[in-house]
Design a protein around this ligand. Structure first.
Ligand SMILES: [Zn+2]
Length: 678
């Protein structure tokens, strides 16, 4: 592990974390010894402990019991198993919400949640904050110097179940946040466009959280409430971080993200982490699950490009919280674990170590199943543990992406606003539309905030960047001006940071990049499929949306394709233009697969990979490369239940099979190969 930035004694270089959440408080003492013995058998080297232990660590207010947890850490430490020690603040005990009932959050209708589940707290509640801080301080004081400690883990899945609370504490905190942001109520009125529907405020005291309203709330108010909420959770996290780091500054700190979680701006959060970690539960019943999982990992790797990342939670087989929970196929857990490692992870962990007998997740799979070691899962768990026992030569190699998807949480919040002409325009659909064809081409993508340096990339994908600030747009323009290529989709450059429309032809500060004037923006009828004709007469199709574009004038772009059916026949739908030394392709509708491929074919960084090893892949096989100064490691993963063959143009060495690899590389069902080149 490379945790030198924080001076961590976490793991020697080249080793990977393997393990899971360990909840010994669910089990009698005699089970703990067997747990530790089985962990060693499985090759587990890190377990997350204490994550839901508040009620056991503080059974009544102010009475603390840490002896049992210290004994657990002693057992783990003696066995050489590291501990990722969590704070238990995601699940306050019943005594707390009984004594301080307004800790319970309030929904937009004014109904208060009850305890009996988890995450039943208001992040702005002073009693919660004070009691949370005290238990975090006790965790740090009691166990911060324990020799088994390898990592701090704040909280669990911030904002997972109750991202938005509308209580009076939130109302007060929101008003203070707005005063700091805007300075005067006049500035607030301007920002929110409060002249509409007589919403003009005369005092900050009149402002409410966006509680239930007769119809659509003010979209700028909704957007600010999302910003405020992400920052309110972050403030609590930073308080925990400060306590934990004060106790043990030399070990890395994380909190477990959830991939595309809408409520939290993870770009802002990831700056505060030493290790980015994520929980990923692809649905085995979804044929796109491997591709969507890859997109999840590419996002996580990209959030803070200077620190390592790990999978904090996945499941060995099935979850229990979907409507219908099918298990993973034999080998699928291993294949998806290697997918994370191929995309740069420094470890894979699971929820949870031992399947519970009781409680809400008792049918959620675990490393140790209800049926114990007889379960086929155990054989997979121990096999993977042996394979990852390391050191792995590829564990310090890096994933390098030549292209990135431009993505921001503020845009996600705004683009799905209730004022949109298409409430069914979902950011994740837009991302998948542009990302999945490139996944199938083995083109590895990063994600990039529109505010970060973009020069490392040869190409940018810009799916529906509806909200873009002047500074972000200047950053993208500068990137293109200096020679970059951008592929910009419809519904981009529409509003500013306050969700106010940029006037003039649509596109706002992105207009100089777009090869034509966009005069109107509108969804197509749900069943509409329009014909798209290309310069060479080829016909493809498009759906969902159509920007109404004027004919390019003067130095504007060249039309590559037009709509040739329906009321808007003749409208340019794909244009190419030059800006400075760079190129822009503008796409005015949701092109079908073939149409999108035609655009991608024009961009060298988006052409079908692999361009370096020439391996020819068959359907359902994923390919990613980790690069080190000495070698490149080509991961090929069969995500199907059928045998596959990969044709290797460049011979290499099969690291897992420990044999030379040239010509045809056979991959059994859910098979994985790591081919070393160079
Ligand atoms: Zn609240």
């Amino acid at each position: 592990m490379q945790f030198s930035a924080v001076g961590a004694p976490a793991m020697p270089a080249g080793h990977l974390f393997y393990g899971g959440d360990y909840n010994p408080e669910q089990w009698p003492r005699e089970v703990w010894d067997e747990d530790v013995r089985l962990m060693r058998e499985a090759g587990v080297n890190l377990v997350t402990v204490g994550i839901f232990a508040w009620a056991h660590l503080e059974p009544t207010e102010g009475r603390f019991e840490f002896g049992w947890l210290r004994e657990v850490l002693d057992l783990l430490g003696e066995a050489g198993i590291g501990v990722d020690l969590a704070t238990p603040t995601a699940a306050p005990p019943p005594w707390l919400t009984t004594r301080y009932p307004d800790v319970l959050p309030v929904d937009e209708r004014g109904s208060r949640y009850s305890h009996g589940s988890r995450q039943h707290f208001c992040i702005c509640n002073p009693a919660y904050r004070s009691l949370a801080r005290r238990i975090v301080e006790r965790v740090a004081a009691e166990l911060g110097s324990h020799q088994a400690l390898r990592m701090w883990h704040a909280h669990n899945e911030y904002a997972c179940h109750v991202p938005y609370c509308y209580c009076d504490h939130h109302a007060r905190a929101f008003r203070s946040w707005l005063e700091r942001r805007y300075g005067s109520v006049q500035a607030l009125n301007d920002a929110w466009g409060s002249a509409f529907w007589s919403q003009r405020y005369s005092d900050f005291a009149e402002v409410m959280p966006p509680r239930m309203t007769p119809t659509f709330a003010n979209p700028s108010q909704l957007l600010d409430y999302k910003r405020f909420t992400s920052e309110a959770f972050l403030e609590e996290f930073l308080e925990e971080k400060q306590v934990l780091k004060a106790a043990r500054p030399d070990i890395p700190l994380t909190t477990n993200f959830m991939g595309f979680l809408k409520a939290l701006d993870y770009f802002a959060w990831a700056r505060e982490l030493d290790v980015v970690s994520t929980d990923n539960y692809p649905d085995p019943a979804d044929p796109r699950s491997a591709a969507l999982s890859a997109m999840h990992y590419d996002l996580i790797r990209s959030l803070n490009k200077n620190v390592p990342w790990i999978v904090m939670e996945q499941t060995t087989s099935r979850v229990n919280w979907r409507e219908h929970n099918v298990p993973k196929s034999p080998g699928q857990m291993r294949a998806l674990s290697y997918q994370a490692l191929a995309r740069g992870a420094s470890g894979v962990l699971f929820f949870q170590w031992r399947a519970s007998r009781s409680g809400a997740e008792k049918f959620h799979s675990a490393l140790v199943s209800h049926s114990g070691q007889a379960s086929p899962v155990w054989a997979e768990v121990t096999q993977l543990g042996r394979e990852l026992a390391g050191p792995e030569p590829w564990a310090t190699a890096k994933v390098r992406a030549d292209a990135a998807v431009v993505f921001s949480w503020a845009n996600w919040w705004a683009v799905e606003s209730s004022s949109s002409p298409a409430h069914d325009l979902k950011m994740q659909d837009q991302l998948a539309w542009m990302y999945l064809p490139l996944y199938r081409r083995s083109v590895t993508l990063d994600f990039a905030s529109p505010a970060e340096p973009l020069q490392p990339y040869q190409a940018l994908l810009v799916p529906s960047l509806y909200l873009v600030t002047e500074d972000e747009a200047a950053n993208i323009r500068s990137y293109v001006e200096q020679g970059g290529t951008a592929v910009i989709s419809f519904w981009s450059g529409i509003v500013d940071s306050r969700d106010r429309v940029y006037l003039g032809p649509y596109g706002g500060p992105l207009r100089p990049l777009i090869g034509c004037d966009i005069l109107d923006v509108a969804p197509l009828a749900p069943a509409d499929v329009v014909e798209v004709e290309w310069e060479d007469g080829t016909k493809t199709s498009a759906t969902f949306w159509l920007d109404i574009a004027a004919e390019p004038q003067g130095q504007q772009g060249k039309v590559l394709a037009r709509v040739t059916s329906g009321p808007w026949a003749g409208t340019p739908v794909v244009t190419a233009s030059q800006y400075g030394k760079g190129s822009v392709y503008y796409i005015g509708s949701r092109l079908d697969h073939d149409g999108l491929q035609r655009v991608y074919d024009l961009v060298p960084a988006l052409r079908p990979g692999p361009t370096d090893f020439g391996s020819r892949l068959t359907d359902g096989v994923e390919r990613v490369v980790r690069r080190s100064p000495d070698h490149d490691y080509e991961f090929v993963i069969n995500h199907t239940d059928n045998d596959r063959k990969v044709l290797l143009a460049t011979p290499g060495y099969d690291v897992l099979g420990e044999r030379p690899a040239d010509g045809t590389l056979p991959l059994g069902r859910r098979g994985v190969a790591v081919v070393r080149h160079g």
